[in-house]
Design a protein around this ligand. Structure first.
Ligand SMILES: Nc1ncnc2c1ncn2[C@@H]1O[C@H](COP(=O)(O)OP(=O)(O)OP(=O)(O)O)[C@@H](O)[C@H]1O
Length: 353
């Protein structure tokens, strides 16, 4: 297990604050956050490039806070691959082993293993400058893996690739992780990438980890407006819960919604568009808001319907019809009812933004 306890680091204006984190053996852990939130500084602190100002770091039960980087058994892959331009691919990969004084026969054996794992045998004699971005990334991964790291740190490893190559590489990283079982910490600002790869995600905001959980927890149960917006959720509202005639009411601007919650006061609210339903008539039993359709967009597997229900709501409904009676696409200007089952509503106390 990799454990950070109360880690703080100041660099100029930036402050990495009170980082408490436990990454389990074999876990694929993703740090997700916007540019400048401190993801790289956190990764470099784990790697030993920055000594923390306060706090301690442990790996496999031993304290490594003051251990020099080269004694940490860490494989680090950078965003820009950082291959040595004057060495060919083979020499690039072997570099990490040479500096560890590993005998030649063992070096060749390890080289053969990573070359096979990454499918780069045909590139060994090439110079890095002649490789595509994806090929360079394979070589960078091979160079890190050949040292058999106990911790694999990946800093935005796919951000320089085009979207299609990136998707292929996500599967590749997953395959490599399954093959090696190495504890991995991967930094990205892309929620889709995080959701695909991560066992767990930590969301980073201004030097702090503000939420740690499974991709499903982060997506369906964000704990802040920042996380909800950052992962791209729709129907995110800052409002408050009020007591009204023995019931609780969520209010944000002109949107009012009966809710079942233990919270009162300032809250954030997410209404998941795929859990909302559209009806041509009011339905009994479930919260139902009247509104008017303002736009309908045809997406690949669903219709995105925008409804003015006090505030604008987004609903994603099946295109071929709907259980509440829409057997044709709703029309712009049409009066409709937005059915809001309790499971579609996620409320959380609001203390920021
Ligand atoms: N050596 C340093 N001295 C002073 N400030 C630094 C230093 N290294 C990083 N910073 C600052 O710390 C903040 C966090 O930087 P960091 O590179 O960790 O962000 P990031 O989340 O990785 O962003 P990106 O996604 O853009 O890579 C930035 O404001 C950066 O300018």
């Amino acid at each position: 297990m990799l454990k950070l306890v109360g880690v703080n680091k100041r660099l100029g204006e930036f402050h990495l604050r009170d980082i408490d984190l436990a990454v389990l053996p074999g876990e694929y852990f993703v740090i997700l956050g916007p540019t400048g939130s401190g993801k790289t500084v956190l990764l470099e602190t784990i790697a030993g490039m920055y000594p923390p100002d306060a706090g301690r770091i442990f790996f496999a039960g031993k304290e490594i806070t003051c251990l020099p980087p080269e004694e940490r058994r860490i494989g680090f892959v950078y965003q820009d691959y950082a291959l040595f331009p004057h060495l060919d691919v083979r020499q690039n990969i072997l570099f990490g082993l040479k500096s560890r004084k590993i005998p030649a026969a063992a070096r060749e054996g390890k080289l053969g293993e990573v070359v096979q794992l990454l499918g780069i045998g045909h590139l060994l004699a090439r110079n890095p400058s002649t490789l595509s971005g994806g090929e360079q990334q394979r070589v960078a991964l091979a160079r890190a893996l050949v040292t058999e790291p106990q911790i694999f740190l990946l800093d935005e490893p796919l951000s320089a690739l085009d979207p299609r190559t990136r998707e292929g590489f996500q599967r590749e990283l997953q395959r490599i992780h399954r093959a090696t079982g190495t504890l991995t910490v991967h930094v990205t600002h892309d929620f889709a990438e995080a959701a695909f790869l991560a066992d767990r995600i930590a969301v980073m905001q201004r030097g702090r980890l503000v939420q740690v959980g499974s991709p499903e927890e982060i997506f369906y149960r964000p704990s802040s407006l920042f996380t909800a917006r950052f992962v791209g959720l729709r129907n995110v509202f800052a409002g408050e819960v009020l007591e009204a005639k023995g019931h609780r009411l969520f209010r944000a601007g002109r949107l009012e919604l009966a809710v079942e919650t233990g919270f009162t006061g300032p809250v954030g609210c997410v209404l998941h568009p795929e859990h909302l339903q559209l009806s041509p008539t009011p339905t009994g039993g479930t919260t139902c808001l009247p509104g008017r359709v303002t736009a309908v967009y045809r997406r690949r597997f669903y219709l995105e319907v925008m409804v003015d229900a006090g505030e604008e709501l987004v609903l994603w409904i099946p295109p071929a019809g709907h259980e509440h009676g829409f057997h044709r696409p709703p029309q712009v200007g049409e009066k409709v009812w937005c059915v809001i089952p309790p499971a579609a509503v996620h409320l959380f106390p609001r203390s920021e933004d």
